[in-house]
Design a protein around this ligand. Structure first.
Ligand SMILES: C[S@@+](CC[C@H](N)C(=O)[O-])C[C@H]1O[C@@H](n2cnc3c(N)ncnc32)[C@H](O)[C@@H]1O
Length: 303
C-alpha cells in the first residue's frame, strides 16, 4: 500500500471516528492505558510527549501526574482528534497540556526535548512504525523513558476479522501490517532497532465489553480503524459487513452484549548514550536486550 494513501485513509478516517471514539472505546481500552501510565510512571515536573494521542484521555492523566511544573504535548494525525483532546483538557481546566496535528513519522519537535514518550495503540496505523519509533528516540533525552502499547497476536484479538471483512469490500488494504508488531518479540525488536534499550515487554489478555450489537458494530466500524471505508459504503454493503462482523464475534456474546477477547503488548524502554548510537542500525546489544526482556515474567501488567 502506498504510504501517502495509508496516511490519508488514517487521517480522514479518524477525523470521522473522533466524535464516537470516547463513547465506544474509552472503557474497553482502559486497561491498556492504565498499564502504560503505570509502566512509565511520569513524575512531577517531567516533560511528556503522547504520540497518536487521540482524544487526549491518557494525556489528561499524564498532565495530572507531571503537575503544573511539568507539561504534556499530544500529537495526532487527525485534526478532529486534536480538537477533541484540546476540548477535554480545557473542560478539566488543565493548563499544562497542548495538542498539535502532526505525523508521528516526522515529529516537528526538537531533539532530546522530552523526559517521557508514550504511544498507546497508534503504531499499527502508521505506514512505517519503525520510522515513528526512531522519531520518538530522537526527541527523548538520554535517560528518558518510553512506553508503547500495540494490539497483540491477531489470533487472540477477537475483533481482528473486521479487517479482512472490510478489505473484501474495498480496493486497497485498510492497514496492511496491522498485527505485525503484535507477533512474538516484534515490538521489542522494533524498539531496539530504533535505538531504545528495552527494559520490559509483556503481553496482557483483556476483554472488550460492548453493551449490544450496535455498540460492538459502531466501535469497529464507525468509531474505529475503518471509519473512512464505512462512510463510503452503500446501504447494502453496510448490511453485509455488519452481518459478517456480528457473525465473527458471535462466539463472545454475553447476555445482550459482548465480551470480546483482546490482547495488548506493552514495551517499556529507555534511551541511553549507547542506544542513541545504535539508532543508525540494529545494535546486537540492543537486540539481545530486547530478546531478554521478552522472556521476562509477564506478571506485572497482567489483569
Ligand atoms: C486507536 S486510536 C488511539 C488513540 C489514543 N492513543 C488512545 O489510546 O485512545 C489511534 C490514533 O492514531 C492516530 N494516528 C494514526 N496514524 C498516525 C500517524 N501517522 N501519526 C500520528 N497519529 C496517527 C489516529 O489519528 C488515532 O487518533
Amino acid at each position: 500500500v502506498d504510504a501517502r494513501l495509508q496516511r490519508r485513509v488514517q487521517r480522514y478516517g479518524w477525523d470521522l471516528a473522533a466524535a464516537d471514539y470516547d463513547r465506544l472505546w474509552q472503557e474497553p481500552l482502559g486497561p491498556a492505558r492504565t498499564a502504560l501510565a503505570a509502566g512509565v510512571a511520569a513524575r512531577g515536573g517531567e516533560r511528556v510527549l503522547d504520540v497518536a494521542c487521540g482524544t487526549g484521555r491518557l494525556a489528561l492523566d499524564l498532565a495530572h501526574a507531571v503537575g503544573p511544573g511539568g507539561n504534556v504535548v499530544g500529537v495526532d494525525l487527525s485534526a478532529a482528534m486534536v480538537d477533541a483532546a484540546r476540548r477535554r483538557v480545557a473542560a478539566h481546566g488543565i493548563g499544562n497540556a497542548v495538542f498539535e496535528r502532526m505525523d508521528a513519522e516526522a515529529l516537528a519537535l526538537p531533539d532530546a526535548s522530552f523526559d517521557v514518550v508514550v504511544c498507546a495503540l497508534g503504531l499499527m496505523y502508521m505506514p512505517d512504525p519503525r520510522q515513528a519509533l526512531r522519531e520518538m528516540a530522537r526527541v527523548l533525552r538520554t535517560g528518558g523513558r518510553i512506553a508503547v502499547v500495540v494490539w497483540g497476536d491477531r489470533r487472540r484479538v477477537g475483533w481482528s476479522p473486521l479487517l479482512p471483512i472490510v478489505e473484501a469490500e474495498v480496493t486497497s488494504d485498510v492497514c496492511p501490517l496491522f498485527f505485525a508488531l503484535g507477533n512474538e518479540g516484534a515490538l521489542g525488536l522494533a524498539c531496539a532497532a530504533a535505538g531504545f534499550v528495552v527494559v520490559e515487554q509483556h503481553r496482557t489478555a483483556t476483554s472488550l465489553a460492548f453493551a449490544c450489537d450496535d455498540d460492538a458494530c459502531d466501535a469497529a466500524l464507525v468509531g474505529g480503524p475503518v471509519a473512512l471505508a464505512w462512510s463510503r459504503f452503500d446501504a447494502a454493503t453496510r448490511t453485509r459487513v455488519r452481518e459478517r462482523y456480528l457473525e465473527a464475534i458471535a462466539p463472545w456474546r454475553a447476555r445482550r452484549g459482548y465480551r470480546v477477547p483482546g490482547e495488548f503488548v506493552l514495551a517499556l524502554a529507555t534511551r541511553d548514550d549507547a542506544s542513541a548510537a545504535a539508532c543508525a542500525g540494529t545494535s546486537t546489544a540492543a537486540t539481545a536486550a530486547a530478546t531478554n526482556a521478552q522472556t521476562a515474567p509477564a506478571a506485572k501488567a497482567s489483569r
